[in-house]
Design a protein around this ligand. Structure first.
Ligand SMILES: [Zn+2]
Length: 329
């Protein structure tokens, strides 16, 4: 099997490959390991292997079916409880009813049950029935941080796939592949901190990337505000519409703090929250009239509150453009 996307875990990969070559993959796996150990990655690879239509080693990664699974949009790969909420009896029963509807595209249907250890006994029993009586084309991947909390009756019907922490070198290698733009020191430190749970290091670097993007956007906001070019500002607001609401709220909050910094800087006081990368833009903004900075901060505050109600990204960005540009007239 082609399981390179899963870091480390050489023994498990060998075991799965041998199984696939021999009697074929099992119809049910209990994939276990602590948070960040690669359960979702392995589930995705196994699901892709099961529906892959390409030749050679599976999952080929390039056929239509593989691409859909890896992109999370294959209609025959069904995620249950991926939102992190506990899977209810109702959801387990729904999956059972759904399993009897033949696959949409291929030969198989794959159900991925997240956080199986948190399912109530009633929900687990409904899942057990599905494992026992489900149609032959259905396969089940149960993910659990702690497999000991899964009913023995369920465990006995699943093949175990226990993930183990990766070495610091393996983590670093994987981080270099996924975050080539970060520095070696940064990756080295993240790899050491994660204690072999690569997912944690990935989350840390992704979080930092998001933080950098946010910081750059806030600096751009200050620059545009200081530049007083209405058209350019409106165009930037249109770009912002692609952001999701949560990210926009972070942008409004952070920019509001920077406007307070700009006010302080204008009075000769130190800027308290600005990151070094934001300072050049902040100095430009500090030259604006205090009244304008205050009004803009008030506008951002209002928009941030509006965002708590069902205001979408387009409306927020439209109001930002109108508010800032309108205030300038
Ligand atoms: Zn494929």
């Amino acid at each position: 099997m082609k399981l390179d996307a899963l870091a480390g875990n050489a023994a498990l990969k060998e075991q799965l490959s041998a199984q696939e070559k021999g009697r074929g993959l099992s119809h049910a796996y209990l994939i276990s390991g602590p948070a960040g150990s690669g359960k979702r990655t392995l589930a995705r690879l196994l699901a892709a292997a099961m529906v892959c239509t390409g030749g050679g080693e599976k999952p080929c990664g390039s056929c239509n079916a593989c691409k859909k699974v890896l992109g999370g949009i294959h209609p025959d790969v069904i995620q249950v409880g991926a939102d992190g909420k506990d899977i209810s009896v109702g959801q387990a029963r729904e999956a059972r009813a759904d399993a009897y509807i033949r696959p949409n595209e291929g030969e198989r249907k794959v159900y991925i049950f997240h956080n199986a250890q948190d399912m109530t006994v009633a929900a687990q029993n409904a899942l057990l029935k599905l494992l026992e009586e489900g149609p032959a084309y259905a396969a089940f991947l149960l993910l659990a941080d702690n497999p000991g909390s899964v009913l023995t009756t369920i465990r006995s019907r699943c093949e175990g796939a226990a993930l183990t922490p990766v070495t610091a070198a393996e983590a670093e290698y994987e981080l270099a592949r996924r975050f080539p733009q970060t520095s070696r020191e940064e990756r080295h430190a993240a790899a050491r901190r994660c204690g072999g749970l690569l997912g944690q290091a990935v989350a840390e670097l992704e979080g930092r990337e998001a933080g950098d993007q946010l910081s750059a956007a806030c600096a751009r906001f200050l620059e545009l505000l200081a530049g007083r070019d209405e058209l350019e500002f409106a165009a930037w607001c249109v770009e912002l519409e692609k952001w999701d609401r949560e990210a926009l709220v972070s942008l409004l909050e952070r920019s509001q703090a920077l406007l307070r910094d700009a006010l302080a800087l204008g009075r000769g006081a130190p800027a308290l929250t600005a990151a070094p990368g934001e300072l050049p833009a902040l100095r430009k903004a500090a030259e604006l009239e205090p009244q304008r900075l205050l009004q803009t901060a008030e506008l951002l505050d209002k928009l941030r509150k509006d965002a708590a109600f069902n205001v979408n990204a387009g409306q927020l960005c439209g109001a930002l453009a109108a508010g800032v540009n309108g205030g300038q007239l």
